[in-house]
Design a protein around this ligand. Sequence first.
Ligand code: PHE
Length: 337
Amino acid sequence: MDLESFVLEVSRLREEAENAFRDVRDAASLEEARVTFAGAKSGKLKSIQKLLGGVSPSDRPEAGRAFNEVKQAITALLEDAHDRLAEATASPAAAPLDVTLPGRPVRLGRLHPITRTIREVQGIMARLGFECVDGPEVEDQWHNFEALAIPPEHPARDPLDNFYLNVAQGQDPLLLRSQTSTVQIRVMEARKPPLRIVSLGRVYRPDTADATHYPMFHQVEGLLVEKGTTMAHLKSVLRLFASSFLGGDVHVRFRPSFFPFTEPSVEVDMEWGGRWVEMGGAGMVDPAVLAAVGYDPDQVSGFAFGLGVERIAARRYGVADIRDFYRNDVRFLEQFG
Ligand code: PHE
């Protein structure tokens, strides 16, 4: 092969390689181009190198130089294409920062309105001397019913009205607590009077969700046991609480009611915006309950109340449907300060 034809072959190869590497867009096409041109066995560079042997010895130094040039060129093309790909797939953080873009406000998170309500209630009750305590959400029959004087035949224990758990046969039934009154018992079992506690947490009932019901909701449970406690103390505490939480002088109304663990028992209404709204139940702790936890009903008396957190939050914030608290719609949640 003469020198001229060899040099022509070399320059054709160079042009072909330049085009091929320019079109490389991803790792697969880069590898394909590498094998085609620089492949060790049958790459085009290798084929041209073989032609060198056919060039006359006098022309060989010149042909060799041409070959080396194209070999270096292809190596450089390969490296360039590789670098280009690496840059394109680098993390966005590595992208150049455009300081001319307008600034955007940082979106700040905030506490859920129910969490805010819980913390606020805890704060108000703490100022009235009530210590904040917690209780388990999975309860036994004793704490959810029996110690609260709710006997086995009571409709509140019906499996259709509670979330009972699957337990091994022969084991005591367990359920998701249906009220926070369970915590009254747990605290009285563990401590001696005087005591003032408040407990806020989730409770569960298989209710169909509507504007005022949800299968999971929150209650505030308050309990005070001291010598000489009366209904007047109960009403004062609830009124102070309602006035602090809702603002202004909120009136509280008691309506006669029944709970197995309080005697007398009342429904608690609060006046707000010219309307009476039911907020929960309350009463004087039944002497039988005091006796069941080992207190002497002749020595101490107490009151207890249970309010719906969603209800008082809905009143306070003007929310018409409590399901909105759980829809996780940021447009709704963002409205709470
Ligand atoms: N636990 C009752 C309920 O869920 C409310 C209540 C609490 C009533 C404390 C009296 C005393 O309906």
